[in-house]
Design a protein around this ligand. Structure first.
Ligand code: AMP
Ligand code: MG
Length: 358
């Protein structure tokens, strides 16, 4: 789609108590844009998506162009009814039905063999398709009005953190797509869990809010792609998108691990040295510790124990560092248990796996 498109920006509520007549009208118009081959960015419960008709190869091409994304990186197809799974998957295994029952609508994407009607442009040339049924009311309405099958990657320019607020979508996509539905803050703040059901046992390709433990309660044994746990693995990640240097701020990001006293002493010393060398410095901390930090920009992700808050605020903290032209960033390290596996996966990617132990 390139640049210089007139982008309509519409504010809508989160829809938790239904949509007004005016909002319904906006969502219907947005659906018509999708059906006629255009692109609409919309809120979901994970991050904002950049949607086009999943069954239209031209729409997929436009999505790649708008994001500046390599076209071998497949898109997730969003549906609004479980029964539509059978329309885009060649077969629906029993495991798919079980996890759909347990986690849909919600932040879980499953990989299945694709049906012939899904164009290769949507799946990055793969014979599998990624499918998700999101829970966000605006996303569900848009999918319904847009024809039932919306291909949507995250609505950021390729290489930038996924947008968790409408204003970040506008920053990245204004002039490149037809419409932005600004529904405020996305709830979870990290992208969906991706599980591949075409292999035995099923394998997690990207950790997210739905954890390995939650999935194995429903499915029994569940593997995880080794490249997620081991950043130095020479193997290529199985979700093509995970191989790119995603989620990255422009400044150099270093994760600092250790006791809170050691971490604070180290970060403050490094930030002071960096400042003397002419750098602009930033520290990403938590409620318990931010008071101790000294840098040009200090930001807080929430209480250490509150994984939901850390996840929700992580990408906006990284974007804030870009907005404030910070060149050297230090961030605390978190547990990789439960939802922490997703948090640390994104943080390690953003830092290019640079971790200092103090
Ligand atoms: P995004 O929507 O921007 O979070 O990106 C979608 C993610 O899903 C990327 O990491 C893709 O590589 C991954 N993905 C989509 N379709 C498939 C598929 N058929 N097989 C494996 N990974 C996929
Ligand atoms: Mg993305």
């Amino acid at each position: 789609m390139g640049e210089n498109v007139n982008t309509i920006i519409e504010k809508i509520s989160d829809g938790s108590s239904g949509f007004s007549g005016k909002e319904e009208e906006i969502l219907r118009r947005a659906g018509n844009i999708i059906k006629s081959g255009g692109l609409v960015a919309f809120p979901t419960e994970t991050v904002y998506g950049l949607g086009g008709d999943a069954l239209n190869r031209e729409s997929a091409r436009r999505i790649y162009a708008a994001k500046g994304r390599p076209s071998d990186n497949p898109l997730i197809v969003h549906i609004c009814r479980v029964q539509d799974l059978g329309e885009i998957a060649a077969e629906v295994p029993e495991e798919a039905v079980r996890i759909a029952d347990a986690f849909w609508p919600g932040p879980l994407t499953m990989i299945l063999k694709k049906a012939d009607r899904v164009p290769g442009e949507t799946t990055g040339g793969l014979d599998t398709v990624a499918v998700r049924f999101p829970s966000h009311p605006a996303a569900r309405k848009l999918i319904q009005y847009g024809g039932g099958f919306i291909a949507a990657p995250s609505a950021n320019l390729s290489g930038k953190p996924s947008p968790t607020e409408g204003r970040y979508v506008t920053e990245d996509m204004n002039g490149r797509i037809n419409m932005i539905l600004d529904g405020g803050a996305a709830g979870i703040g990290l992208e969906s869990t991706i599980i591949d059901l075409t292999v035995t046992p099923p394998q997690i390709l990207r950790p997210g809010y739905v954890t390995q433990m939650m999935l194995s309660r429903v499915l029994g044994e569940v593997d995880i792609d080794v490249t997620i746990l081991d950043g130095s693995s020479a193997q290529a990640p199985r979700a093509p998108g995970m191989k790119y240097r995603h989620y990255a701020p422009r400044g150099d990001l270093v994760i600092v691990e250790g006791t809170s006293e050691h971490v604070a002493a180290y970060m403050n010393r490094k930030a002071a040295e960096d400042a003397r060398a002419g750098e602009r410095t930033g520290i990403i901390g938590t409620k318990e510790t931010v008071g101790q930090y000294r840098a040009d920009v200090v930001t807080c992700l929430g209480a250490r124990k509150d994984q939901d808050s850390i996840a929700r605020n992580l990408y906006s903290a990284l974007r804030q560092m870009d907005d404030e032209n910070v060149t050297k960033i230090y961030c605390e390290c978190f547990t990789d248990r439960d939802f922490g596996q997703a948090i640390m996966n994104r943080l390690l990617k953003a830092a290019g796996h640079t971790v200092v132990r103090v």
